[in-house]
Design a protein around this ligand. Structure first.
Ligand SMILES: Nc1nc2c(ncn2[C@@H]2O[C@H](COP(=O)(O)OP(=O)(O)OP(=O)(O)O)[C@@H](O)[C@H]2O)c(=O)[nH]1
Ligand SMILES: [Mg+2]
Length: 368
């Protein structure tokens, strides 16, 4: 399963433009009709320079990148919550993502009126936070009503668990009403379990992508620092991103894109920066598997053990796990080849409980 990211934002903020730049997609953004309820799903290869270096060294038949799946729901969260008839499926798709990107418009363009009549990044960040809270509150309130009904006829031990759920939801409701998103709450273990089941939107890590115009590029870093000073909260961060330009650069080959970037004074590719931020927000690291002529990059949560990492590749590998042959990326680079690493004794045999480190190059041995 790849990492799943939902893209949301006010109408016309640049969601589809950013979706296109992240996925190198070609969804039309010009003949842009407001309130068109078309969702887009696309897959992006995770930029990982170490993968190419490994491929050059190991000469596999196939080189496979890790992937991120993006969904641009193409509608405001508020509309989705209010109009269940059109939104059921979209809201369900959104509730299963691992993190959200909120797109906030900062670019100015007189031909494209802002839905609220003016450009105001702070206002739009707050509006989007409120929409997410509104969605969660709607779910909480619906569930609380149902619990009340169930409690009337409930006997122990069901009664006990309904009361505990009611207590947790009341507490969550009070926090949401005070504009505290669930991702910022300190929760007890049983609370985490229950809250996870509901897949609340404010519980998801949040990347705020401020969509700037080309003319704002020279101030991009200063703007980002200023916005982070105001809006940086736990499990959330702000990144400036030049959607339209990144989308156009995505259509060029890499070296031409590099040249343009240098001309614009952009130090780093915007898509790479967003990907890095997503990895940080979700606590993800990369490891590389080598087997049957394939070198492949994977993303996993930091702290994952070898058994679970094997399971990510294939359930058979987890079931029949024997051991993992592991070498850290820097060690392999120093040796220049797997054979040399083996000779030097740098290829380690690790068991199920070994905690995977960022950059580990692994061959899983298994038996089914
Ligand atoms: N000038 C300028 N225009 C932009 C920029 N980013 C997006 N646009 C334009 O703004 C319009 C809306 O962009 P979209 O990406 O379609 O926005 P959206 O959020 O997907 O819109 P909806 O799906 O209708 O809610 C399009 O005409 C884009 O070309 C930018 O950085 N500068
Ligand atoms: Mg769109």
């Amino acid at each position: 399963m790849s990492v799943n990211i939902g893209i949301i934002g006010l109408p016309g903020s640049g969601k589809t433009t950013i979706f296109n730049s992240l996925t190198r997609g070609k969804v039309d953004t010009e003949s842009h009709t407001p309130k068109s309820l078309a969702s887009h799903i696309g897959i992006a290869k995770v930029p990982e320079p170490r993968l190419q270096v490994l491929a050059d060294m190991l000469m596999p038949k196939r080189v496979v990148s890790a992937e991120i799946r993006y969904i641009d729901v193409g509608a405001s969260v508020k509309d989705l919550v209010e109009d269940e008839a059109i939104s059921g499926q979209l809201l369900t798709q959104l509730s299963t993502v691992d993190a959200l990107i909120t797109v906030v418009r900062a670019f100015t363009d007189e031909k494209i009126p802002h839905i609220k009549g003016s450009i105001d990044v702070g206002r739009d960040i707050t509006t989007m936070d409120l929409e997410l809270a509104f969605s969660d509150l709607t779910i909480v309130e619906r569930r609380l009503k149902r619990i009340e009904v169930s409690l009337k006829g409930a006997k122990q031990p069901e009664r006990q668990s309904l009361l505990r759920e009611q207590e947790i939801l009341m507490k969550t409701k009070a926090d949401l009403e005070k504009d505290v998103p669930i991702r910022e709450l300190q929760l007890a273990a049983d609370e985490v379990m229950m809250i996870t089941n509901y897949q609340f939107l404010t519980a998801k890590p949040l990347l705020i992508a401020v969509n700037i115009g080309e003319e704002q590029l020279p101030q991009a870093m200063a703007l980002e620092a200023e916005l982070n000073a105001h809006y940086l909260r736990p499990h959330s961060c702000v990144v400036t991103f030049c959607g339209k330009l990144e989308m156009e650069l995505g259509e060029l080959d890499d070296s031409a894109a590099e040249e343009f970037r240098a001309d614009f004074g952009m130090r780093e590719c915007g898509v790479d920066r967003i990907t890095k931020s997503i990895y940080e927000l979700l606590g993800l690291i990369s490891f590389f598997s080598t087997a049957s002529g394939e070198v492949r990059a994977w993303s996993i949560q930091s702290g994952t053990n070898a058994l679970k990492a094997a399971g990510k590749i294939h359930s058979d590998m987890e079931r029949g796990f024997i051991r993992a042959e592991v070498i850290g990326y820097p060690d392999l680079m120093k040796c220049g080849s797997i054979a040399e690493a083996r000779k030097k004794g740098l290829l380690r045999l690790e068991g199920k409980n070994y905690i995977i480190q960022d950059g580990d190059v692994i061959t899983f041995l298994f038996n089914v």
